[in-house]
Design a protein around this ligand. Structure first.
Ligand code: AGP
Length: 629
């Protein structure tokens, strides 16, 4: 949830740390700080709010920029204690300074202990308490490394920590005990620590993903890894990163989110290439990898995820059940875990997480796997924690997604589930070869469908702009907009949920997604001229029924934004605003229309957020990967 950076070497440490933290800010951004070794003492600059505040503090004294070549830094997403400067990391206790990502579950017990021994915590965080443990262990004569290991044996919970001490200047100790931590040797000498690989790319593409229970000890001349419990040296393989620095820049777009929306066609092409064996003559042949056999043998699937990934799972159920006739249940990872679900023999669980780091999803996979239930993962991040907690992971190839709102990873997850559905339909012979070939041709067309819609000045883009401009800027048309409903039936229902989530996340509008048939069972009471209802009604088998629901909405005076086939004049005439889907979408099977709808709901939210002036890429209170339960 939080972002960690650490560095020791010959470069300017504040520059390395601030550059790195900027690339990690998506992990949390309610406060930030850096600690720099200046001579024999450690100087800490921290602030609530964004990293820019810290940068100003650091720049206020040129000594920091010129002399510091060792330090640690942090961007925070508050769990224990408010997002204040006091609670911001790094935390200092005596000569110990640390940054922390994750949770110390037994912090109350630890706090009582350290206070009973005469220490007075200055923050409300669980993190600071760890510093007291290290301090006490060093007072007993242990080295920094031994003291950190000793202190870890006293805490419970998944976390990573990077620690320095004024007593051992130039030594940086990092521990991965759950939350991710990546290290690398700096080609100019020295070492780097980060809570994910992106900030390291500007220095090197060769990194080491620490394993659970690894301790990395770095100086300007050495980097070694030892085991947390035994202290024995361990060797870990180096991973050469495929992502480039260019991929993690904005490339001229105003926001990462917009860039990522426009990267969707490429994300689909790369995901297809990554998951399919294109040499096979049969449609939907998955490239050989460990998970394929597990999937082939599944008699039933349980899809588990959170947020947007959960919406992808909901949609996957439609395809898997109607094409492959395999029973599928979908659940929120955070709920499934605590409700003693019945899991029948032959069930395969699939955890879906673009980041591969979501605590709720990982925890449930871990538990199920311990019960010998086969677990697969779908993720966009290679070597993320899900690779440890699932038996095998299918990777989407959307490239790095920096905007907090998931966009291109969402459609890549959809595509992966669609490929699962096609693959299982062939294996289970629930669709004929000709049906599968026809569907497969349409699947290959999906990148064109999305790029057709996203073309500059396409009818779709013009209509989205006009709609949002009017809703947001024109008080003549709307006395006010007090809320949004998104509604759809069948395949459009999960997209309605996703549209509402996007609008909440980045534009802070009250928005709800509904199955169109559900509105009259309660929510319709909310409708009046200040409510906007976005009706997703593409030309599929639900179109007529959704059309009737649209009439019901209109009769209650709500303003209607319709999204549908470009030539559905009957529907467009009923709507106050009309957004036509790209013409390419008429060439694909109606089951695949969610791929045409997704960019519409993403862009609606994006445009509204921009007009409202919110921070699109870093919306308030959120973080890109939610590594706490
Ligand atoms: C998506 O826009 C959200 N930021 C959020 O709902 C996200 O999908 C959720 O936290 C799950 O993340 P994951 O896919 O990385 O597990």
């Amino acid at each position: 949830m939080c972002g960690i950076m650490g560095y020791v070497g010959s470069r300017s440490a504040p520059k390395v740390l601030l550059d790195g933290l900027r690339r990690l800010e998506y992990r949390g951004y309610d406060s930030a700080g850096i600690a720099l070794l200046l001579g024999q003492t450690i100087d800490i600059q921290k602030s609530e709010g964004r990293l820019d505040n810290v940068e100003k503090l650091v720049q206020s004294d040129p000594r920091r920029l010129e002399n510091a070549t060792c330090g640690i830094g942090h961007t925070r997403w508050a769990t224990h204690g408010k997002p204040t400067t006091q609670n911001a990391h790094p935390h200092q206790t005596g000569h110990i300074v640390l940054v922390h990502n994750g949770i110390i579950e037994n912090y109350i017990e630890i706090k009582k202990g350290v206070m009973a021994r005469g220490h007075i915590p200055r923050s409300e965080t669980d993190s600071e308490l760890f510093g007291f443990l290290v301090l006490e262990a060093m007072e007993e004569g242990l080295s920094l490394e031994r003291a950190v290991r000793e202190s870890f044996s006293k805490i419970r919970g998944q976390c990573s920590m990077v620690v320095m001490s004024e007593r051992e200047p130039g030594v940086v100790v990092g521990v991965r005990n759950g939350s991710p931590l990546v290290i690398a040797t700096d080609p100019l000498g020295g070492a780097l620590f980060a809570s994910d690989s992106q900030p390291l790319l500007q220095f090197t593409r060769d990194v080491i993903f620490l394993e659970h229970g690894d301790v990395a000890i770095a100086t300007a001349h050495d980097l070694k890894i030892i085991d947390l419990k035994t202290g024995a040296l361990v060797s870990r393989e180096t991973t050469h990163l495929e992502w480039s620095v260019e991929q993690i820049d904005k490339a001229g777009f105003a926001h990462y989110m917009l860039k990522e929306i426009y990267e969707q066609p490429g994300a689909l092409v790369d995901t297809l290439n990554g998951l399919l064996d294109r040499t096979g003559s049969e449609p939907f042949t998955l490239a050989e990898q460990p998970g394929v056999e597990v999937l082939r043998n599944a008699k039933e699937l349980v899809l588990l995820a959170c947020g947007t990934s959960w919406h992808a799972a909901l949609l996957g159920k439609y395809w898997l059940e109607s094409w492959a006739k395999i029973p599928v249940s979908v659940d929120l990872a955070s709920e499934f875990r605590y409700r003693n679900p019945v899991i029948r023999p032959g069930t395969v669980v699939v955890g879906i997480s673009q980041s591969g780091e979501t605590a709720d999803t990982l925890a449930v996979l871990r538990e199920l796997r311990a019960r010998k239930i086969p677990c697969l993962g779908i993720s966009n991040v290679r070597r993320s924690s899900i690779s440890r907690d699932a038996d095998a992971v299918f990777y989407t190839s959307a490239g790095p997604e920096i905007g907090v709102a998931a966009t291109k990873t969402f459609v890549s997850q959809l595509l992966t589930l669609l490929l699962f559905a096609g693959f299982l339909s062939r294996e289970r012979k629930t669709l004929s070869v000709s049906e599968l070939s026809r569907l497969f041709e349409d699947v290959v067309r999906l990148p064109h469908v999305i790029s057709d819609g996203l073309e500059q000045n396409s009818e779709m883009i013009k209509a989205i702009d006009a709609t949002v401009n009017s809703l947001t800027l024109s008080s003549k048309v709307f006395a006010g907009v007090k809320g949004f409903f998104f509604m759809g039936r069948g395949h459009s229902f999960p997209i309605a949920l996703e549209g509402a989530l996007k609008l909440k996340e980045i534009a802070y509008d009250h928005a709800e997604g509904y199955a169109a048939g559900e509105l009259k069972h309660g929510p319709i009471a909310m409708l009046d001229p200040e409510m906007v209802v976005v009706v997703l009604a593409p030309k599929d088998s639900w179109r007529e029924k959704t059309g009737s629901n649209l009439e019901e909405v209109k009769a209650r005076g709500a303003k209607v934004v319709g999204v549908g086939d470009a030539e559905d004049h009957q529907l467009s005439q009923l709507c106050d605003y009309w957004i036509p889907l790209p013409l390419e979408s008429r060439k694909i099977d109606p089951d695949l229309l969610p791929f045409a709808l997704s960019p519409v709901v993403q862009l609606l939210s994006y445009r509204r957020a921009v007009l409202k002036g919110t921070d699109v890429d870093k919306p308030r209170n959120l973080a890109k990967s939610v590594t706490v339960e």
